[in-house]
Ligand binder design. Sequence first.
Ligand SMILES: Cc1cc2nc3c(=O)[nH]c(=O)nc-3n(C[C@H](O)[C@H](O)[C@H](O)COP(=O)(O)OP(=O)(O)OC[C@H]3O[C@@H](n4cnc5c(N)ncnc54)[C@H](O)[C@@H]3O)c2cc1C
Length: 574
Amino acid sequence: MVQRYDAVVVGAGGAGLMAALQLAGHGNVAVLSKLYPTRSHTGAAQGGIGAALGNLEEDHWEWHMFDTVKGSDYLADQDAVEILCREAIETVYDLEHWGLPFSRTPEGKIAQRPFGGHTKEFGKAPVRRSCYAADRTGHMILQTCYQQCIKHDVHFYNEYHVLDVLIEQGRCAGVVALCLATGEIHTFHAKAVLFASGGCGKMYRVSSNAHSLTGDGMAAVYRRGIPLEDMEFFQFHPTGIYKMGILLSEAARGEGAILRNKLNERFMERYAPTLLDLAPRDMVSRAIYREIREGRGIDGKNYVHLDMTHLGKKVLDEKLPDITEFARTYLGVEPLTHPVPIQPTAHYAMGGIPTDVEGRVVIDEKNTPLPGLYAAGEVACVSVHGANRLGTNSLVDILVFGRRGGRHAAKFIHENDWAPLPAQPEVGARDMVSRVLNSTGKERAADIRDTLQDEMMDKASVFRDAQGLTALRKKLGELRERYRQVKSEDRGTCYNTELLEVIELGCMLDLAEVLVESALAREESRGGHYREDFPKRDDATWLKHTLAYQTSKGIDLKFKPVVITKFQPMERKY
Ligand SMILES: Cc1cc2nc3c(=O)[nH]c(=O)nc-3n(C[C@H](O)[C@H](O)[C@H](O)COP(=O)(O)OP(=O)(O)OC[C@H]3O[C@@H](n4cnc5c(N)ncnc54)[C@H](O)[C@@H]3O)c2cc1C
């Protein structure tokens, strides 16, 4: 079945909705989402969106830019970071004008709070930059953007799972998707496609990410010969609920919460004397792991405490209501009176589909765009986060670059016709589905996924080395063999979620391989990528982005220079 649209957006999180809003009115636009839009992971974002509004104290976008570049361990492209920090301000005001219910100062301005790595005067002290709606900022952004999309008649295909992207004669021609309700395969023939399908944190056992974050968009384009950029950089957020990984936002530390080890020490004093608990996430996560390794985890176990007991009922009720409730519900701990057990949790993919600052997908080290193909949000790598993302900068990224991508695509669909469809557009997607439904193998996706998540957690998380990564590479090869034997007990067409889990697992296996190859190659430590066998940053050799291509002979790595404009790389002290 073929449907024709001027533009198709894949994903209905913050990035997809923002892009769709720019396209609305410029042609017929469809948003395809495997989830109902307001269930997208953007809705789980808690702490806030960073913008130098200066509502509570002096602040400037240049300071925000400096913090972002330094936070990225100098791997971010500075032209893109400048756009991010300048346009953050108008983006937040747009949200306000659309009715987003921000928390307010007594005078009625948008309230702001400190967040990790955000400082005044180029690193002197924490600054209040994160704009928030209690600890439900992402929920409010998602609802607000969705309402705007409804108002502007954006057409939604909910519970459509995109399986493949069509590239013909060097142009993007559309996507192929499975309708969950019927099991039918649909071709969406489009002049422009914008991927906004989010991250891939479900590769790891302990993760803050929703079950749906399996990297489908990254895998789909990668399988079509488009590279993935900087996949070795995966962020571990310091404060996930012990064993479960459910996030306790950095907003807690922004409001004054303190990390403590079994001796009740505020151990961040040793690792980041100026910013303490508000140092960037890569550093805090490493500090927690070190404390645990050196025997200072609570009760000798692999967790430490997040202490909010001194914050008082008013702050917890008004500013951190959701995460307080999470601690009560999931751990049975009362944060008013007891510290909360936490451990680092897999949180955010800094890498993804390479794009330029207009959201166009680029396919080589010279940044050559692939006409008609766009990406924005966590699925993309612009790169504004480099080797480590600062808290609150993803919500800015998805909206600023969702908007820029949407605007550029709107122009593109005016100026261009449809690329021809390939002769058999659905053949790849149909194969993928029928292989699983007709499989006579004995393997279950859930077993392979369990092993994948444990192995990734063990060998490719906060600390890595050649030995572990090489063993992991071998293990992934075995898992790939087992994956060929995987079957779905459910052979039906209506809401066959088991089939989708198999397909999602295939995406995660591809991305795990890319992550491991890229991490093995990068013999240095930078941001979220810490090699115990190469503990120093090595700018002379490694101040460059990785581009990983799928080829018939395996993964081919190429490298691309980093754009440096205002800030030369320096030692990173906090
Ligand atoms: C618990 C948590 C708290 C966070 N808190 C903050 C915060 O306070 N501040 C901050 O800046 N960042 C925060 N982040 C990060 C930030 O929320 C995310 O990076 C961001 O929201 C991603 O937005 P997105 O639009 O790119 O993707 P998502 O919101 O993840 O949306 C992805 C969309 O793609 C669709 N999709 C995926 N695969 C397919 C497919 N195969 N076919 C069709 N559709 C598909 C999904 O249905 C969904 O609609 C947090 C993240 C988590 C997990």
